[in-house]
Design a protein around this ligand. Structure first.
Ligand code: TA6
Length: 323
């Protein structure tokens, strides 16, 4: 009798363990997902979610990342409370894709047009060599319209893979190919114009620029050399650092958080905060919000990229945080 009872109880425990493991399995696998949905103003966006709870949101408009959250659900990217999400105005904040021109370094309007265009999801991209395993990702594609060709007469395919790694890193891998059949090369400048969320700009330090040359946007892009080991902010700051290390960092002392910016094919880094006075002229930046953002932008500006027909350029940005 006792043996029968023991067998019965053992069987019950075993069944309970199987059910529990299935619940855990389903709850964890459910979290790793790629979801296409509607965002603000009905704009299409893709939500990437990882098992441990991190997430990324990217709008098809501009292939614009507007959210990057860690496993605790903390928002790591700054988006202005006055961002309009109304084409053709670019979204203020997030990670604007700057192509084919950074700032007013060419014939186009400032920062080019990639951030003002509707990208498509590319379900059948050419093979992407990626060293990320178990990432969740979306492949986005931009090709010029007839209107675009009137303002920038070059045919291209810009493929952007946005990946969220199992550890919660955000990876943006770009491939830009010159698809002009008649044989015209083209030249472009490029940046991931990343707005990091910070506790207060007075708590922020940017490292990795020591002894590097930079172009000071506040002094007609005059070239100087950085003598400090760390950049701090107490007024408008707007510099293009040239030939920077593959890894640079932005520290937020109050939050004890470090943003680590790893980049390949993106030799330069733009560091920007508008400061109080300039911020007041930016209509889609909320009152005083300049304090809660810092831009450290992986870029290719100092040496513009020239592609011959058929040639492809690759750039890779990997963002992570360290405590
Ligand atoms: O990346 C820094 C910068 O070039 C600044 O000069 C400022 O113009 C900023 O970009 C924002 O530009 P936007 O066109 O987005 O207002």
């Amino acid at each position: 009798m006792m043996r029968l009872r023991l067998l019965h109880e053992t069987t019950l425990v075993f069944c309970a363990l199987i059910i529990f493991s299935q619940i855990v399995e389903s709850s964890t696998t459910d979290k790793k997902s790629v979801q296409i949905t509607k965002g603000i103003n009905g704009l299409d966006k893709v939500i990437l979610s990882q098992t441990l709870g991190s997430s990324v949101e990217v709008y098809l408009y501009g292939a614009h990342v507007t959210s990057w959250k860690n496993e605790k659900g903390e928002e790591l990217i700054f988006v202005s409370s006055k961002a309009t999400f109304s084409p053709p105005k670019p979204i203020r904040g997030g990670i604007p894709v700057i192509f084919p021109q950074f700032s007013n370094l060419g014939s186009l309007k400032s920062h080019g047009f990639a951030r003002n265009r509707l990208w498509t999801i590319d379900n059948n991209p050419p093979p992407f060599t990626s060293n990320v395993t178990n990432g969740v990702f979306v492949d986005l594609l931009l090709k010029p319209t007839e209107e675009d060709l009137k303002i920038w007469p070059h045919k291209f395919e810009f493929r952007l893979r946005v990946t969220l790694t199992p550890g919660g890193d955000l990876v943006s891998a770009s491939r830009i190919r010159n698809t002009d059949a008649v044989g015209k090369p083209f030249t472009f400048t490029f940046a991931h114009h990343t707005y990091f969320s910070v506790s207060d700009i007075s708590e922020v330090e940017v490292r990795g620029m020591a002894k590097l040359d930079y172009l000071d946007n506040l002094q007609n892009r005059t070239r100087y050399t950085e003598h400090g080991n760390a950049i701090t902010f107490n007024s408008e700051f707007d510099r293009i650092y040239l030939n920077t290390p593959k890894k640079v960092a932005a520290l937020d002392h109050k939050r004890m958080r470090t943003y680590v910016i790893r980049k390949d094919g993106l030799p330069d880094a733009v560091v920007w905060n508008p400061g109080e006075t300039k911020a007041k002229t930016i209509v889609d930046l909320g009152e005083g919000e300049y304090k809660y953002m810092v831009c450290v932008e992986a870029a290719a500006i100092g040496k513009p990229v020239t592609l011959q027909p058929g040639q492809e350029w690759k750039g890779r940005l990997q963002l992570s945080t360290r405590h």
